[in-house]
Write a protein of this length. Sequence first.
Length: 627
Amino acid sequence: MPGPSFDLDWELGLFKAVRALWRAVAPSPAPLFDPARAATLAAHGPALRVLGQMIAGEAVRLQPARSEGGVRGRDLLIPAWIEVCADPTLNREIMALRVVVAAELRRLRLVAPEEELENLFVSVSAAQDAANGLSARLPRFAEAWAEACALVLRGRPDPASLSGRARLIEELRQSALRGETSWRTPERLALLRATPERGAASPPVPLWGRLHPASPEDALGGDESPDKLDQQPPSAEATEREAGAIEELKLVQLKPQQGLELPTHVFEKVETAEGFNGSMRQLDGEDELNDHMEALDEVDLSHLVRGGPRASSVLKAEIGLDVEVPDISRVSPGERAVLYDEWDHRAKNYRKGWCQVYPTQAPRGDQRWAMEALSRHRRLVERLYQDLAKQRAALAPAPRQADGEEIDLDAVVEAWSELRARRSPPDRLYIRARRQRRDVATTVLLDLSLSTDSWVQDRRVLDVSREAVLVLGEVAERLGDSLQVLAFASQTRNQIRVWEVRGWSEPWSVGRGRLGALCPQGYTRIGPAIRHAVAGLRQRDARERLLLIVSDGKPTDHDRYEGRYGVADVRQALREAKRDGVHVHALAIDAVARDYLPSMLGPGGWTILPRPDRLPEAITQIYGRLV
């Protein structure tokens, strides 16, 4: 155990006060760019992310680059701002071209060399090849790329103004911008290596970046299995802030003796935040993240250290961790699994019986949570019920009737054609307004993974999701509709739990009570959960079948069920559902869902809400529209 530590708080306070005074009287630094002219990733990122996903053929993320940026796995590291010229439209086009080329490099799955100069050489060559490939596939790309390269060239420094290796690098970059390929020789790379560094560096090219390793060089070692690590997110009271994307990550697995802190003497004056350098400092469990953000902005976050107690504050930095973890299984004796296939996009085939789904009855809870939630949403439930009841009471036109209020022109034209062809015409030539019988079976599939324990606008995601299902269940019960509610979470392919919250034949009061007992756990192996829900819908004797998914849609599990593999399996499960006549729609309130749902469900198959309080109304309105 660490010994007692005494802080000299008055000296620390004096230091902070003097620093704050200095920052107040010191002149502010000039802005790095002109907001009226520059294109910023913050403003254009959402639209460019969709464009990048179309080119890459999978979900990608756009992250602000700290330096040159580039491509690191599914992360496209893009400059936070681009101001090549005074025209904001041209700057936006250059940023869009940067995203398109980066997405094409992601699609090509190129290997990033470790040696710096070789990486530079290969990265520029790859950007050239990607641009040539896009020019052949996209009609206007070649023209836009040539204009952008000419514009960027005008702003490049004269190679003669640089010296040493920087001069050769600048000549190489300008040759690539002119579309030349004569520089791509082993002799040029050897010359780069032989030339020493002197003077100022060649500035990066805004149209492309570097190739970065998609995963750490060494997997985590040691005796501690990853499933034993603390996977719980911080509490709702903890502070959470975003950090910039880290382009290269180094993993550090602590050995038991490394977890021992260095001794701290009582006269240590100022608390500091610093990057990992191999030694351990006293861990700070206080939630003071906002006070330390200025220092953390200057800390190198490229080391990931596993071990230690649960954090009270979280600084979120995108690091692209991809670690191999063995299968685990925690199944009670006597439980029987239902086996489902899983799609392997690399082999373009199914892994037969690969996933074990354990159907489980959700525990019965009391009605207290449901009653409290209904007291907040009672007016909403009543309004939604009235809207859907009025919608269903409206008469729908039924064509080709023997009698009716209007003439069916399509039927008349067909009858006239039959007469001209000397065949017997049909006698059903009228339209009659009548109520349509709705024969629909609906399953709601609720994500219970640990990601639902996150908070959006001071609301826990799972709490909002449960209330949305509660409102939908109340309306469906009053309308007399057939509704099943399932919830799912996973712990590798060997243990996927699908809880039945409300069965087809159970009273809604039972499901209402079970909703209150649900809690976040496990991971999101969503493909098998979809297949299990669709299998249940196939057994229903209904004219139409609907599956509503409440999840961020991000495939995640211990055993590498993520990235392109996970997305491909979910996409295949959705194809199977469509083949079986099941209509699928997904809803989410988490911003991360925009990275996954569009590429998996396509246009019209998903809804992402900007505010969590809109989910209960939205899910019921979508249900009414689809049913």
